[in-house]
Design a protein. Sequence first.
Length: 619
Amino acid sequence: MSTSLLLRRRFGPLFLTQLLGAANDNLFKSALVVTVTVGALARADAPVQLYVSLSTALLILPFFLFSSIAGQLADKLDKARLIRALKVTELSVMGLATLGFSLNSLPILFAALFLMGAQSAFFGPVKYAILPQHLAARELVLGNGLVEMGTFVSILAGTLAGGLLVAVPSTGRALLSGLLLVVALAGWAAARAIPAAPSSRPNLALDWNLARGTWRTVAMARRNRPVFLAILGASWFWFLGALLLAQLPLMATDLLGGDERTITGLLAIFSLGIGIGSVACARLTAGRIELGLVAPAGLAITGLLVELARALGAAPGDGSIGARVGLDLFALGLASGLFIVPLYALMQERSAPEERSRVIAANNILNAAFMVASAFFAVGLRAAGCSLEEILLAAAALSLVAAIAAAARTRDSALRLLVGAAIRALYRIRARGLENVPAHGPGVVVANHVTYLDAMILGGAIARPIRFVVYHRIYDAPALRWFFRACRAIPIAPRSEDPERLERALAEIDRALEDGELVGIFPEGQLTRDGRVGAFRGGIERILGRRPVPVVPVALRGLFGSFVSYEGGPPLTKRPRWLRREGAPLPEVEVVVGQRLDPARASADALRTEMMALRGAHP
C-alpha cells in the first residue's frame, strides 16, 4: 500500500520534495555546527555553545515571525505553484550558503541559516494542507506516516552527511556546497511534478502585520476545539523530541563514554523508530484516523522515558550504546510515531478546507513555542543541578500528565478501537460505499436494527467517530452506563415514557450536528424479530427539521441468524454458530453504505424504502 502511494503522482513528488528539503536543511545546519565548533571557523576563544544555541534560535525564530503570513498565502494561492516558488527560494538560499562557506563568513552563513528557517516556515503549512487535496480520506494516515518517516530519515541523513563532508580536508567545503545546490535543484525538479492544488480561499485578504496575524492565526485554530487539542498534542511531541535531541550529545559522551559516532548511533536508532512507528500507524489502523492510539502511545512514552533514565544510569560507559539503551530509544521513537501521526491527520481532516493552511500555521507557531520551552526546561533543571537522568524523569512526569489528559479526551476513541478489535474476532466485516460517508462536517447515519452489536459494527466499519442514540433504559443499565458515557452516546426516551428526556436528547443531537459530528440512529426503535426492516419512526424528521444535514443510509446484512439476533430465540441465548464446529470460518457481515440523501428527501418512509433496497434479500 505504501509503495503504491509513493509511486502515484499525487503523492510521490510531494514526498520527494519534502524528503530533499528536510535533508538539505539538516545538511547545512550540521555542516555549520561542525564548522564553528571544530572546523575552519573554530577558535579557542570562540563562544562555541553560544554559536550552537544561536544556530537553533535562527531556525526556530522564523516560525514565530512568518507562520501567520505563510498560512494565509497557502490558503490564498495554488499550493503546488507556491511549493515550486519556495524551492526556487531554497536554491537562492543554498547559493548564499555556498558563498558563506567559500568566504569563511560567519555572518553570511548565519544569514543563510535564518533564510532557510524562513523558507521552512513558509513550506510547513502548504506541505500538510495539500495532502487532503490529493489524498482520499482513507489515505491521510498513511500519507502523514510516510511524510513523518521521510522527515526523520532526512534529518538523520542530512546530519550525517553534513558533518562528514565539511570535515574532509581541503575539499570538504566545496563538496558540501555542491551537494547543497544539487539537493536543492533536485527538490525543485520534484516540485515541478506536483499536481495543481487550487486555492481554497482565493479572495482572502492578507494581513501583513506579523504580530496581529500570529495572534489571529492561533485564535482561529482555537475555535475548532478538537483540532486545537490535536495541535497541543503535536506541540507536546516536539517538546519531548527537542528535549531528547538536545540531550543526545550529553547522553553519548558523559553517560555512555562515547564520541561523535555514538551520537550518530543514538540519532539513527531514535529516527528509525519514529519512521517505523509512523508507517506502522497506518497499518495498525487500516488507514483510519484512530485517536485511540494517542493516549496508549503517550503512556508508553512516559514509561520508556523512565526506563531510559534507568538504563543510562546502569550504562557501562565504555563508548558502546548498549542493547538496553538502544532498545529504549528505538521503542521511544516507535511510540512517538504512533502518537503524532493521528494528530496530524486529524488536523487536516477536521479543519475547514478554506482555513486548513492557517490551522497548520498555528500548529507550527505552537510547535516552535514548545520547542523553546523545552530548551528553557532543560537549562533550568541543569542550573538547579539536575543530572540527565533527573531531567528525563522530570520529562516523564510531565508526559504522564499529558497522557492522562489525552486519555480523558480520547476515551471514546480508545474504547472504539478495543470494541472494533472485539467485533473483528466475532465477524468478518466487509464494507462497501464508505466513500459516501462525509469526510468532515455533520451528518446523520441511519441503519436497520438487527442486533445489540449494530452500533459497534458500524463504529468499527466507518472511519469517523459516530455518536449513537441509545434507548434510555439500555443506557441506564448499571453495567452499561459507564460504557455509553465513555462512548458519548445520547440517551433518548419515547414521548410516552419521558417527554423531558426526549427533548434533552433532541437538543443534544442538534448540538452534536452543530459541532460537525456524525450522529447514528436506528429509526425502527427495536430489534427486528423476523429479519425484515420494520417501520421507521418519525424522530429522524424532527432531527432534520431542527438542522437539515446530509443523511447516510446504511444497511447491515448477514447479522440476522447470529447468536445476538432474534432468529431462533432471544439474543445471547444461543451458541455462536462458528463455535459449533471446529475450523468453521467466522460469519460474514456486510455494511452497505448508500448514497447521501438530501435532508429535504429524507422522510421516514423514504429512508425505509432506501434501506430495504440496500438490504435486498439478505437478512
